[in-house]
Design a protein around this ligand. Sequence first.
Ligand code: 5AD
Ligand code: SF4
Length: 457
Amino acid sequence: MMRDHLLLTSCQKRRIFVHTFGCQMNEYDSLRLVRTLLLRGYVTTTKPSEADVIFINTCSVRAKAEQKLYSLLGRLKRLKDQRPNVVLIVGGCVAQQLKGAIVERFPFVDIVVGTRGISELPDRIERVFELRSREVFFPDEETSLGLNHLDVASTNWSAEVVEFVTIMQGCDNFCSYCIVPHVRGRERSRPSHEIIEEIRMLSAKGAKEIVLLGQNVNSYGKNLSPPVRFSELIERIASETDIIRLRFTTSHPKDLTEDLMACFRDISILCPHLHLPFQAGSDRILSMMNRGYTQLDYIKKVERIRSYRPDIALTADVMVGFPTEEEKDFRETLKLIEIVEFDGLFSFKYSDRPFTVASSMGPKVDERTKTRRLAELQKLQKDITFRKNRAEEGTIRTVLVEGESRLGSGQLTGRTPHNRIVNFEGPKELIGKEVAVRITEGYAHSLKGELMMENKL
Ligand code: 5AD
Ligand code: SF4
């Protein structure tokens, strides 16, 4: 679920350029900042060379994203030399991890903000414009996690067809390879009423689908008083808001409860797709990862969820090359992939991260072996995904149209309830609507379709 993302537009007012590394939580945080600044009269730009404010939202989950940040900062230094008044901000997980060391290493950075500082950021930016101060801050708690403070009546922005809502922050699981609990802190859930209000507001602004975000959404509400179950939150969203599709990510297999699984059978707006990272197939490695389940436990969970919703699409995260991983451990990972037949996988090479227990485990797996294992795993999954996409040919799917396709020439793009991307020809007026599409071709990563004549255009 990782990708880089740029936010856009331009004009004469103060212009902000945002580059987001990493996960959807980061994308949502960037969007929160941008929307607040839009209300304060800023505009967005796609060109860092034209920006007055540059916000780099960083990710430290894997070493690669951190390295990408450093090369980006190298390029931005030249820009800052030419235009010293630009306010350059580094936020997100790397900022939280390195704290003040960022300004020592990159003295041209004006603001360093931790993972819980987004709501405070707009005021800090104003201070830099006024006083040319340097702001370095890492709040323990975020005053507001959502968009609630935004003026619903404001015409300065409209919602996307698919919107994200953070329902909880942090993680208490401490998987041995993972930096998240160290940089995002302990688990904290937002009150349900706040989430419902935000979804209503987004729906009033035109959103049709909501994706609930959290590092481990299944443990939502445990720390609220009184505690709220995640399945209760889903039920409330279904009955108290107008959105037509609901998804959530990410889930931990050990917390996937029966009541949550039943939601996939009982709640019609909940899309039949579950992202359920398994990380590894070998019981020995899973135990070293501190994941709290075995391969068999995982398979049983999959069988159970399929008993509630037989057609559910399953995706997951997996990594190769965890310290001490041997060929036979890796074969167990491949075996699990073959048994479950995932609809898609996000696969990574393990990398040591600061603060984590796994970083001091050994022996490490060498880079060549990791590369070979990753390629073999990806080839296996590619064939499964392709086979599944081919099996879609001839079916008729309800597609929520998200926008114009990058393919251009009158093509629209959207997703099936099972989260498959479909491109098809159609008028722009369909954006934001659910339409029936006949699938004509299945590719490696997407589907091609044609609009059914029965749709009311
Ligand atoms: N090395 C490689 N991949 C990692 N992930 C988390 N930590 C690491 C690490 N140290 C992967 C996991 C997680 C996803 C978001 O990133 O698969 O689910
Ligand atoms: Fe990291 Fe594990 Fe928490 Fe996911 S559940 S954020 S992998 S510690």
